[in-house]
Write a protein that binds this ligand. Sequence first.
Ligand SMILES: Cc1cc2nc3c(=O)[nH]c(=O)nc-3n(C[C@H](O)[C@H](O)[C@H](O)COP(=O)(O)OP(=O)(O)OC[C@H]3O[C@@H](n4cnc5c(N)ncnc54)[C@H](O)[C@@H]3O)c2cc1C
Length: 413
Amino acid sequence: MTQPRQPILIIGAGLSGLTTARLLTNSGIPNIVFEASSADRSQGFAISLRAWGYETLLSALGGLPLKSLLRGAAPDREIGGMGFVDQIMWDNATGEKLFVPDAAAKQEIVRVNRNALRRWIADCGEEELDVRYGHRLCRVSGGVGEMTVEFENGAVYRGALVVAADGVNSTVRSQVLPRVTPETVPAILYHGEFQLPRSDFDRLFRPLCGPSNILAGIGDGFNAPFAVCNMTKSKVHMDWSYSRPVAASSSSDELYRPNLPAAEAKQIPQALRDELATVSRGLAEPWSLFLNPETIEKHGHRVFHWTVRCVFVARDEMQRAAGERGVVFVGDSWHAMPIFGGEGGNHALVDGVELAGALAAGVGLDAAITRYYDGAFKRSQDAVRRSKQRFYALHQPMSHWREIEEKRKKGLS
Ligand SMILES: Cc1cc2nc3c(=O)[nH]c(=O)nc-3n(C[C@H](O)[C@H](O)[C@H](O)COP(=O)(O)OP(=O)(O)OC[C@H]3O[C@@H](n4cnc5c(N)ncnc54)[C@H](O)[C@@H]3O)c2cc1C
């Protein structure tokens, strides 16, 4: 082979799309990435990468060392940091350590800024990637070997195969697999971004988190972690999340708004102000200083309401989408999962590695896609189920956390 003469058309320049594009390009397989947003848009928060995720990527990029990735993408790279995470859970009401994983149970996790990681992946090769920004896909048609994609700006392209890397609300999926609709997890999740002077960070956060890029804060049935997105000598860009299960009767939970339009998701509803005012009274510092409505408003935190969604698919429909419609899926477009436990980004990277590897093996498009799903289907669909369960496990009453810690201490003594 049997390598396609026409380009592979990749929809979406997130982690999954760029990983696929970078590795196809490194193997000499023509491809074009189409991205709806502009080149300067930010996906500026940080995510956790696990050893199985980053090692797969580094190996596919020719055996690059982890320090190369961390120098390019760790949130604290500008001050010589390597994305360290201590994995300690703090009781956010007392400011005391609630759960300290012992060395053997600790997982190898690093933090990376998502935007910096996208740039780093895009730059990991001799040949520049062909990324066309400002191209929002509106229609996909054809079959393997003769695909056509049309964009809102009027552009039309033809290619051998379409790779759907367009995220949880995938346009490609809605056209090719209209039966698959994301399932909403009954969770409330707000995310806030803010900046503070480095001196304030060192005074308020460092005594607890030390060199860690996360300060995880567990509450009684809710979660409120802080994370570093980017750090320089003078400033720290951080975020917080506030999450809890939906109240027993979802119709009486004013914060449960699963179908919120994007513009409204950026507003701070009065119900959230009221809830955080109550919650913050029971918090220790630094949680109480930042997770309260006065600070959020006064310091202009950028607040966003995330709807927590899962995408489940069946193996045979994925195979049919490939065989009959010429589309193969990577990343959140076919296995979006709750962010709790941090796996989605890892699977997006591994999908890109496995799909590009299968396509580069020269076995023909149909066989390559079968080979890709043989590996990726179970790995990623199991992860969706696991992440969904983790949401419930991470939002337990405080008594449950204390019991776990007691048992652990007894087991150690
Ligand atoms: C707050 C938060 C924290 C997270 N933390 C972690 C973590 O710690 N660890 C972890 O592993 N994962 C984490 N994740 C999940 C992780 O970020 C995602 O799983 C991953 O980024 C998905 O990558 P993707 O390429 O599949 O999709 P996306 O990053 O969503 O990229 C899709 C791209 O497609 C583009 N697009 C969409 N529609 C179209 C269209 N019609 N035409 C053209 N382009 C289009 C979008 O603009 C976007 O650039 C977190 C997510 C969130 C929101």
